[in-house]
Every structure is written in C-alpha cells, then in structure tokens.
Design a protein around this ligand. Structure first.
Ligand code: M6R
Length: 606
C-alpha cells in the first residue's frame, strides 16, 4: 500500500527520496511524488501517475536541489489514479504526505469552505486543516497536533512548511512511521527497508505520537504536546536482502531462498538429540503452557492459510488442544467469546495488516494473551503482542507471499511441539516432527532444484487456461487454498481451492475441458480417497496436474513426484512447487509478477 519517505540532512533530498521510494515499490502503488525545500526556502513539487521511473523522468527535466523533503507512493483509496490525487499535497503553507484514511474528511471539508481543493483526496483536506490551524505565533508542530485532534481515522504523515525550514513533522495513528537517526541527517519511512544502508538506529513511533525531525535527530511528543522519552532501536537486515541477487524477479528469488529463510526460522529452536522444540519469544512459564487448551489463529490471505495448515499439525501434536483458525476481517466484528484457557496466535508477514491488528486489539480487550507470528521486526503487530516469535524469513519484497508462508507454518508448528511437551504429547511423534524440521531446508532446496524444469514445462502448457481448481485433503487442503490464491494473484487466472471431499458438493459442476485441476496427493492413509476425486474430474474432461510424494500408480495428464524422507511435512515441500507453477504461468502470460495489478504488499487499510 502507500509508502512514505522523508529526509532532512546534507545530501540531495531528491536522491534520498527517490531511492527510498524505489525500496517501497514492492508494497504496490499507482502514483508517486516528492516535495523538497531548497536552500532559498522555496518548495518544489513533482508528481506523476505510474511507476517511479515516470517520476524520475519528470525530475530529470526539472531537478530539485534541496536537502529536505518528503515523498510518497500512493495506492488509490479516495479518488482515482491521477496526478492531482497523488501526494505530496500542497495547501497554503503546508506540504503533506499521508498513509491511511481520514474517515471524517467530508465533514471537515465542509468546514474548510475558504479553501479550494484540487483533488478528491482525504489527504488534501488534512493538509488544509493543518494550514487552517497554522496561525501567527503557532508552530508547525502545534498546528499539526491541533489538526490531528479533529481527525477520525488512521494516519501516518510527514509534513513540512517553507515557513519552518529544517523541520519535518511526522505523526502516526494506525499506520507505521519510523524515524532513522543518522549522522547529521534524519530519515523518515513507513517501512524500515527504505532506511537500510543509511542508518541502523531508529525510533518507531507509537500510535498517538508526533515527532519533530531535524538533521540533528527527533523529539517525540504526545498529541497534547507532552514531551515523551523515546528509545532508539536497531533496524535488522541489510541492503543485499532487498535486492534481486541475480534473479529476474523477487518472487523467484524468494521462492528459491526458502531453504536459507527456513534455516533462520529454525535456528536454535529445535534439538534433534532430545527430539524437542523450543521457542523463547512467547515467554510463557510451564504453568502457563499447561493451561492452554484452546488456540485461536488469526490472519488474512496466505497468513490465514499458514494458520490453517499449522492447526492440523498442532492438533496432531497436542492431544487436548482445540484450534480455531479465523479470517481477521470477519473475526474483528464477530461477537466472539474465548475460553479462559485460550491464547491467540496473530499471524502476519508485514505485521501491519489492518484487519489482523484490529483482531489483536479485540482479543486483548477480552483479556486473552496474544502472541505474534510475525516476519517484520519492530512492526506494529509485533510490538502490540504480549510475546511471540519472529519467523525470520528475511524481507519479503514480492507482493505474493511465499517464503513467509513456509516460515509461518514452521514457527507455529514449533509452538505446537513445545506445547505438546506440557500436554502429554507423544514424545515419538514430537521427535519425528523435530527430525523432519531439521532436514526440511535441505529437502526444500532439493525439491525446487530437481523439479524446476518439469514445473516450467507444465506452466507453459497450462498458461492459456482461464480457470483452475486446486484440490487436497487433510494437510493438503490448506495447501490447495494457498495454491489457488498464489495462482490468481499473479497470473489472474480464476482459481479456486477446495477440500477434495467437497468436490461432489458443488464444484464438480464446473468441470469441463476448459479447467485444469491441481491435485496435491499425499502418500498417507487418505491416498485412495484423494485419488477418488481425481477420477471424477478426469471422467468429465478436466485436465489434471498431480503433485505428490507417492510412488503409487496415479492416472493424470501431468505428474510431479517428489522423493523425500520428509513425510509429515510433505505438504510444505509440495507447496513450493505450486509457488513455482504460479510463478512460471504468470511469467508466460507476461504479467508483472512482483507487483500484480490491484494488489498491495501490506494492507494497512480496511
Ligand atoms: O502481511 P500479512 O501476512 O498480514 O498479509 C496478509 C495478506 O494480505 C497476504 O498474505 C496476502 O494474501 C498475500 N498477497 C498473499 O500472497
């Protein structure tokens, strides 16, 4: 979604801002802009529809020379994709970029009838509101604080005015804002990746806070302008991690680096000698772990599917555990009740997803402990949880989530393994899972390498289809849902995921020779039943692709068989092939695989 960058220091603001905006491109956007203040205190504004490359063309004709500025990538919410709606917005003496939604903007706009508005955005109204509060004798900081008190909604903002050179004001409520502290320079970003390579020291602003940024650092205040202590934290990651590293797309890189990502997820958390798993982050005592009999897992999209797969594993491991996996956008508005012996796992790659965050807060209100299963270190969800586990998959840049899924499943599985110890779980089964986890990175690498060409070939064959059905049973069912999501996101092929057993209850009516079906078939006690669905599809002309770890006879149009000692976790292995399949189909169709149309990497608005 939208991205914010800001800079005040000695370097060319234009260069730093454009570099920062490029780092945020992965979040998805449809227009971009920057505004800077030159050394004569004259402000310059440039905006354009489309990619940063378009904005760079505008700036090449009319470069900006200042050392202070703000920039933005916009993902349209209020108003169409036009230059006038792009940020920064300039009203009176104010230049503003904004992430989030001002819910009462219409009401405020009516009251600001002395202003002429050039866009359809809520952000321009906020800029006017700040300007209207910026009277003689008031500082920009006071004007911003006053204006924000009248706002309903969510915001991460960066503001400057030619009247107060050398200062950028930032504030946040429900939309992340990070201040990077450099030597003689201060950077602002809505995502830490824009700060990598400049500084490792940063202040993560909390909701309801405002900061005054100058080249010498930042001072943090509450909206009532009480001075607050702020402790800088260390930003993780490095610049290489957010580069393509020789791959054509981030998506392919992220699929292929799953082994090393998983290595980090597992590091120090499993012990094959004792056959045990341990996570330190949840910070729960033995007594607290014993008390847990119910787990609610909350997420959106891929994070939800990761939770679903993990719930199968956790229930196998922990004999007296009930799990419930919920979609955050639904759960947040339900009149839900949680038993006293519950904990919630809040699953999110970005740690910023609005619906997931809202659930976290709703669950917390009810007195239930919330644990984060989060990738982005220092993100809002990670900060608001009572504890949890970073999945350490490294930056995931491509909009479609791949390595984070694998790492999330494994992190939750380890939580289940740890819990099992305190609930009379079968030590043999726990040890078996531990053993499989220990070789999973190696096996993922092998599967991806051994079957790469076969998947590429299959992708070529099916790239022209318009419809697909993904089917699986038991632990292959969440994989079917995830496979369908991946395909539709990046290839734009209509795809649905179903439990194989549901086929006869409706979807079979769709099957004809325009459809292709991807069956994930596991070599387990449900093998024959899984193949039952396969015969029914083939009998109706559907083209079938089988992904399996079985050597038994299966009739299909295309089969990819993996050989691996990993059995319980075979769905995770087979899912990596689904990721590759979606990737190559999307490439074949000529799509923008890293930034698919209409999608944003982190959905920070409802
Ligand atoms: O950052 P999150 O894990 O909270 O994001 C949740 C979903 O928005 C995300 O998984 C989405 O479904 C991806 N585009 C899937 O590839």
């Amino acid at each position: 979604m939208c991205g914010i960058v800001g800079y005040v220091g000695k370097k060319s603001a234009q260069d730093v801002l454009i570099n920062g905006l490029r780092r945020l491109e992965y979040r998805g956007y449809d227009s971009a802009g920057i505004a800077t203040l030159d050394d004569d205190n004259e402000a310059h504004l440039a905006r354009s529809v489309g990619k940063i490359a378009e904005l760079s063309k505008v700036l090449a004709k009319d470069p900006q020379t200042g050392h202070l500025g703000i920039g933005h990538t916009r993902w349209a919410t209020h108003g169409g994709v036009t230059e006038a709606n792009a940020h920064p917005h300039h009203v009176g003496r104010i230049y503003l970029v904004h992430n989030g939604i001002i819910e009462n903007y219409k009401e405020l706009k009516e009251k600001l009838s002395n202003y002429e508005f050039a866009s359809d955005t809520d952000t321009e109204v906020l800029a006017a509101l700040i300007d209207s509060n910026y009277n003689d004798g008031t500082s920009l900081k006071d004007a911003v604080a006053k204006a924000l008190k009248r706002v309903r909604g969510t915001y991460g903002i960066a503001v400057f005015s030619p009247n107060e050179p050398g200062t950028v004001i930032v504030a946040r409520l429900g939309s992340p804002l990070i201040i990077g502290l450099g030597k003689g320079e201060t950077l602002i970003a809505s995502d830490a990746s824009a700060l990598l390579g400049y500084t490792r020291e940063a202040i993560y602003l909390n909701d309801g806070e405002l900061a005054v940024c100058t080249k010498d650092g930042a001072e943090v205040f509450s909206l009532s302008l009480r001075h607050l202590d702020s402790k800088p934290e260390t930003i993780e990651g490095d610049v290489e991690q957010i580069q393509k590293g020789g791959y054509k797309h981030f998506l392919l890189k992220e699929i292929m680096e799953q082994a090393s990502a998983l290595h980090n997820t597992l590091s120090g958390r499993i012990d094959t000698e004792t056959g045990k798993m341990h996570l330190g982050g949840p910070n729960l005592t033995a007594k607290e772990l014993q008390k847990i009999h119910h787990i609610v897992i909350v997420g959106c999209g891929t994070a939800y599917y990761a939770g679903l797969l993990a719930s199968y594993y956790m229930e196998q491991l922990v004999p007296d555990l009930t799990t419930e996996v919920v979609i955050a956008s639904e759960y947040r508005y339900r009149s839900f009740h949680l038993p006293k012996d519950s904990v919630a796992l809040i699953v999110s790659q970005s740690g910023e997803t609005a619906d997931t965050l809202a659930c976290l807060r709703e669950i917390k209100k009810r007195g239930t402990k919330v644990l984060g299963i989060v990738n982005v270190v220092g993100s809002t969800i990670a900060r608001e949880c009572d504890g949890g586990t970073y999945v350490h998959a490294g930056p995931e840049i491509s909009v479609a989530s791949t390595k984070a899924f694998t790492a999330q499943v494994v992190a939750m599985l380890m939580f289940g393994g740890m819990l099992a110890e305190y609930h009379g779980g079968d030590p043999k089964l726990i040890a078996e899972y531990t053993q499989e986890l220990s070789i999973l990175p190696r096996e993922i690498e092998k599967v991806l390498n051994d079957h790469h060409d076969a998947i590429k070939k299959i992708a070529k064959k099916y790239a022209k289809y318009d419809d697909a059905l993904y089917l699986g049973r038991d632990t292959a069912y969440p994989i079917a849902l995830e496979g369908a999501l991946k395909l539709k996101e990046i290839s734009y092929i209509h795809a649905e995921g179903y439990a194989s057993g549901e086929l006869k209850h409706g979807p079979i009516a769709l099957i004809d020779d325009h459809f292709f079906e991807v069956f994930t078939i596991l070599d387990n006690w449900l093998f024959d039943k899984s193949c039952g669905g396969l015969h029914e599809v083939r009998a109706r002309g559907g083209k079938t692709i089988i992904l399996t770890n079985s050597e038994r006879d299966i009739e299909a149009d295309d089969i990819v068989r993996i050989k691996s000692p990993v059995k319980l976790l075979a769905p995770i292995l087979l899912n990596t092939l689904q990721q590759l399949l979606a990737y190559y189909i999307a490439v074949e169709r000529g799509n923008d695989v890293d930034q698919p149309r209409n999608l944003a990497k982190s959905v920070t608005v409802e």
